[in-house]
Write a protein that binds this ligand. Structure first.
Ligand code: GLP
Length: 246
């Protein structure tokens, strides 16, 4: 794992955007795994500002989607991605993949999503945020983790954390569809972003704690090519020598 501790959220977003842009420039047909949540918003906004960056050959696969929300619901991840990235860049519609929030057949939708990832040649660069409980995508802490795309019952802490985007916790969907740990771990490179003091403990456990399905992000310690970018607050509990400060 390579860890970069940046001064603040602005710097973190800027550095992450440069990293993603280099990937696209070096490999114009890159397959990107994309995350939602508040953390990658700055990264997306920097990418949008890079007017020469050409997304025409890029394919994207989002990590997850709430189940039960219409695509155009303002809290669906489909809507989020349109608003924060896709409608501002020259990516082709055919290159965009987001798990469906209202599929007729859930099992079939999961299998089709995995087949599409495989058909694209797998993910070159997976962008990840992290939940306070160590979830990545919507892979919640559990005694066993799923490798393929699957349906998830969201944990009470995730519902609570994500209720800040809704008018009340009751409105947060209880279930989601999420890429599995297998697809994430098969990505050739992984870029995990975290910002703010409330993520400090889980960042430290992800980087240096026990590797356990109870902290899904800790499995990233087993991956060859993980880059972690955090701001000072999120990096504040990293042991000395592990904080790679810049
Ligand atoms: C959600 C998403 C995750 C995201 C996490 C953290 O639950 N499914 O992909 O990483 O929240 O979100 P935030 O960046 O807002 O803290």
């Amino acid at each position: 794992m390579r860890i970069h501790v940046l001064e603040d959220y602005q710097e973190l977003s800027h550095k992450a955007a440069s990293f993603v842009a280099s990937q696209i420039i070096l490999r114009p047909h890159s397959v990107l795994g994309l995350a939602t949540g508040s953390t990658p918003r700055g990264l997306y906004s920097h990418l949008i500002q890079m007017e020469d960056l050409d997304f025409r050959g890029v394919q994207t696969f989002n990590l997850d989607e709430y189940l039960g929300l219409e695509r155009d619901h303002p809290h669906s991840y489909y809507y989020y991605m349109q608003e924060h990235l896709f409608r501002h860049i020259n990516i082709s519609r055919a290159g965009i993949h987001i798990p469906p929030g209202q599929p007729d057949d859930l099992e079939q939708a999961c299998r089709e999503y995995d087949r599409a990832i495989t058909a694209a040649g797998g993910i070159d660069l997976q962008i990840l945020g992290i939940g306070h409980n160590g979830h990545i995508g919507f892979n919640e802490p559990a005694s066993r983790l799923k490798t393929a795309t699957h349906v998830v019952d969201l944990s009470p802490t995730t519902i609570e954390a994500n209720s800040r985007f809704f008018s009340s916790p009751e409105e947060v969907p209880r279930r989601a569809i999420s890429m599995g740990l297998g697809s994430i771990m098969r990505a050739r490179k992984i870029l995990l972003l975290a910002s703010g003091g409330d993520k400090a403990e889980i960042v430290a456990r992800t980087v240096g704690g026990e590797i356990t399905t109870r902290v899904p992000a800790s499995l990233l310690q087993l991956h060859q090519e993980v880059i972690i970018m955090v701001d000072k607050e999120a990096g504040s509990q990293l042991p000395r020598g592990q904080d790679g400060s810049e």
